[in-house]
Design a binder for this molecule. Structure first.
Ligand code: 13P
Length: 258
């Protein structure tokens, strides 16, 4: 496992290709590169080829927000992991907006996990409970089901190399970010369950937190035991705030080997 903090900016369905290109241009100028932080941008699909040509790959890596699990064929309107190969290093899988708005289920999610791995892309599996599930004390059970559902097609070695993002649904886009001790408990639960299913080595995989992360709150998560990075949405679209998050990651990661 890498000791680098992983910061993944999920832009969701925001910015035109032109706006994305301008944003990265200014971001690149203002950002200090730190050896102990890996910065990943997940722009809209259309901006990926432009940004792949534009970015300094030592400063940024790219991620896809979504893809289809078949490699090629008659699937009008879809983009496959096979087609994304070479453009992105990472891809989000099972984001709560995919699960809830587009009704993606475990079957789609595990097929996508397998497709990403098959095509040399590191999947970031997003898991997390709804407010109702939390109020019913079902967080551990939900995480368990989402982990089993999403990882079923992978080997222990493959699981060890993926990333898991703990993103409680109630914290996404609400400004209602989770308390660091709740994140610590959920991340510990994720690692325990992975250890049970895939062994000790696999449980050392990278786990990051997402859900209303801001420049101000980033440091508290990054210092939380077990948290290897962050997945900001809204804050990743604001240059100052995204830069602040990266600086917080640099500070939190100090002293660890890059
Ligand atoms: P916000 O940071 O806007 O809450 O979004 C989080 C998220 O969904 C990242 O994938």
């Amino acid at each position: 496992m890498s000791d680098k903090k992983l910061i993944v900016g999920n832009w969701k369905m925001n910015l035109t290709v032109h706006e994305a290109s301008l944003y990265v241009h200014t971001l690149e100028k203002e950002l200090t590169t730190h050896r102990n932080v890996e910065v990943v941008l997940a722009p809209g699909m259309l901006a990926l080829p432009t940004l792949a040509l534009q970015i300094d790959h030592k400063k940024f890596k790219l991620a896809a927000q979504n893809f289809y699990w078949r490699d090629e064929g008659a699937f009008t309107g879809e983009v496959s992991a096979h087609q994304l190969h070479g453009l992105v290093k990472y891809a989000l899988v099972g984001h709560s907006e995919r699960r809830h708005v587009f009704h993606e289920g475990d079957k789609d999610i595990r097929a996508k996990m397998q497709a990403a791995v098959r095509n040399g892309i590191t999947p970031i599996l997003c898991v997390g409970e709804t407010a109702h599930e939390r109020s019913e004390n079902e967080t551990d059970a939900v995480l368990h089901d989402q982990l089993i559902g999403g990882l079923a097609n992978l080997t222990s070695e493959e699981v060890e190399a993926i990333v898991i993002a703990y993103e409680p649904v109630w914290a996404i886009g609400t400004g209602n970010n989770a308390a660091p001790h709740d994140v610590e408990a959920a991340v510990a639960s994720i690692r325990r369950q992975i250890e049970h299913l895939y062994g000790k080595k696999a449980s050392d995989l990278r786990v990051i937190y997402g859900g209303s992360v801001s420049g101000a709150s980033a440091g508290s998560y990054l210092r939380t035991p077990g948290v290897d990075g962050l997945l900001p949405g809204g804050a990743s679209l604001k240059k100052e705030e995204f830069t602040e998050i990266i600086e917080a990651a640099h500070k939190a990661g100090k002293g660890k080997k890059a």
